[in-house]
Design a protein. Structure first.
Length: 376
């Protein structure tokens, strides 16, 4: 792992949020096979996304109680795996973290995305079309705008934004999603969605994507494996058995987990073709951190899933050492979510979402049934 450099004026004994997450990012870039030059470029992009809070020493509390992570670090990493290829590294940030209001948070996030668009020459038409729905004058909810970057060789990432459908109140979230899909040309998309208990996010691909997606995330309280197996609405999507098997492995098969009674499961339904009446993609997200006693168990489950789908496990095991020096058994939440993604005419992907833990490590869980530790 590249140790990185301290910024001007930084006390080497007290890292800042920017230096800490920047060193993590450089290490993750090495894991994903990106060059040192790309790592330096992306560390600079991360610092720009964090803005003034990048210089905040880590002996101070988090800049605000961001919903992005359990310890309120405004940064999350993820590795997305597919057979026969290096994993894709993604970075999720909240550019407006530390702003004095949610409205200001959204305004800073919006300006950050527009700055990226000018720098990398991509259009923001989709975001412009729905901006008023998700960034009203007095927004409500746990977030305003998050920005995700898929880090590619060459120093130019793919960009997507996450928006809050409940910005005008949770009672209007469904209507906001329906109207956003209509404005974006997906007039039949809302009717294709399964029943849900909430709409936590709507995401938009911006810039250089082969098939830009509109992604609708749904919350499913008390989700069971059988119910998860029936949630895909893709025409040629995953069968119930595959989804049920993923659910049981990620959530803790064989330990009595019949439903997700703590943090709920999520699904994501992606739309690319405005003429289609079904999604082109489906993802099942399991919040493994709430259903494992510690990260050793979560890592073991992730390894089993990767091997089952013919994917290399080395990058994931290396990444945990890049992000933290602690043993996996000494905390829970480093691996936050495990997800199984299907996209039309492409092989499935398994994604592990990884926490920075810049501010706190969640202690191992009590009351979570344990199973014997086996890798394979």
């Amino acid at each position: 792992m590249n140790a990185g450099r301290y910024g001007d004026g930084e006390d080497p004994g007290i890292p800042t949020l920017g230096s800490f997450t920047g060193r993590q990012l450089r290490g993750m870039c090495a894991v994903a096979g990106l060059s040192g030059a790309d790592a330096d470029t992306y560390a600079g992009v991360l610092a720009e996304c964090l803005g003034p809070v990048a210089a905040r020493p880590l002996d101070l509390p988090p800049p605000d109680r961001t919903f992005l992570s359990d310890d309120h670090t405004p940064v999350e990493f993820s590795l997305s795996f597919q057979p026969g290829a290096a994993p894709s590294l993604r970075l999720l940030t909240e550019p407006g973290c530390g702003a004095d209001s949610l409205a200001r948070n959204g305004a800073v996030g919006l300006e950050t995305v527009r700055t990226m668009a000018r720098r990398w020459d991509f259009a923001t038409d989709a975001l412009d079309a729905v901006q008023d729905l998700f960034l009203p004058p007095s927004p409500r909810g746990p977030l305003a705008l998050w920005c995700a970057l898929e880090l590619r060789p060459g120093g130019v990432p793919k960009v997507k934004v996450y928006l809050n459908p409940a910005a005008s109140g949770p009672e209007r979230a469904a209507g906001t999603v329906r109207e956003a899909l209509r404005r974006l040309g997906h007039r039949r998309a809302y009717a294709a969605l399964p029943e849900a208990d909430g709409y936590p996010f709507l995401a938009l691909d911006l810039g250089d994507w082969e098939e830009p997606r509109v992604k609708v995330y749904l919350r499913h309280d008390g989700l069971t494996a059988a119910r998860a197996g029936r949630l895909s609405r893709m025409e040629r999507g995953p069968g119930p058995a595959a989804l049920e098997e993923f659910f049981r492995t990620a959530a803790g098969r064989g330990v009595g987990t019949t439903r997700l009674s703590r943090r709920p499961g999520l699904t994501c339904h992606s739309f690319t073709d405005t003429g289609a009446d079904r999604p082109s993609g489906f993802t099942l997200h399991i919040p493994v951190r709430d259903y494992a006693a510690h990260d050793g168990e979560a890592l073991s489950r992730a390894v089993r899933l990767l091997r089952r789908h013919g994917m290399d496990t080395d990058a994931l095991t290396r990444s945990t050492g890049v992000l933290t020096a602690r043993r996996p058994e000494d905390g829970v939440g480093l691996i936050a979510y495990l997800a199984l993604a299907h996209q039309q005419d492409r092989p499935p992907r398994v994604t592990a979402y990884l926490s920075s833990e810049a501010y706190a490590v969640r202690p191992p869980a009590e009351g979570v049934p344990r199973r014997p530790q086996t890798v394979g």
